[in-house]
Design a protein around this ligand. Sequence first.
Ligand SMILES: [Zn+2]
Length: 239
Amino acid sequence: MSDSAAMLCRDCRFVLDLGYFWNTQEPREIFTGGGPARGDQDIDGALWRFLADHVYHRVRLLGEQSEDWSVIDVDYTRIGTQYPATVTPAEYAEGWRGRALAAQPRPLCDTVRALIRSSETEVSGPGVTISQQQEAAVESLYEELPCAESPAREVDRAELGVRLAAVERSVALVRRVSESLAGHPLEILLRESSAVIAEALEQDRPGLLTDWNGLASPALFDAERALILLKDTLGGYAG
Ligand SMILES: [Zn+2]
């Protein structure tokens, strides 16, 4: 049986996919799609880049059975060649432009993630049911929430306006759908998440429309990623 191996930085929420290994093989060796990982120049370059970037951080080497594997969610920046990787090992090794933005703190994501965790406990509680109508509302919300932008994407003022408008539309939609979920634990998750994102957007509108070294501002990126966390959670209900 094979397991995947990866390097994780908990501080920056970065994951470098290293490849896979056979559980029973001795001595153990990690392979990529093209053969042994130790002969893969892209993985080699990305690994050394990763070690240099994350000195002093909480870095761990993980196998799929490691406890920390379960903390990896869609908000983590994935370096790899498999979907849903954000950046390839070769791009990362060359000093990927999105690294600084992707490593910024994301307080909204932290809040929404905590709300998701508590809703998961509620959802598995006794007697929780979802009507067909509610399920349809969740499914359409899942379809309508946009996918994540790359943190390396260069922006101008016009594009920032478009992205902020998309976030605001999504937040309004999340709030509307929460109203149709009365009695279901997702109602609380969607209502509280939309409220906390809306409040953050109100706080510094000019800042959200100002670029950050040619990239989206950390606050806008945080709001977009918080919505991605919600989308991913809804995917579990949308079937
Ligand atoms: Zn780090």
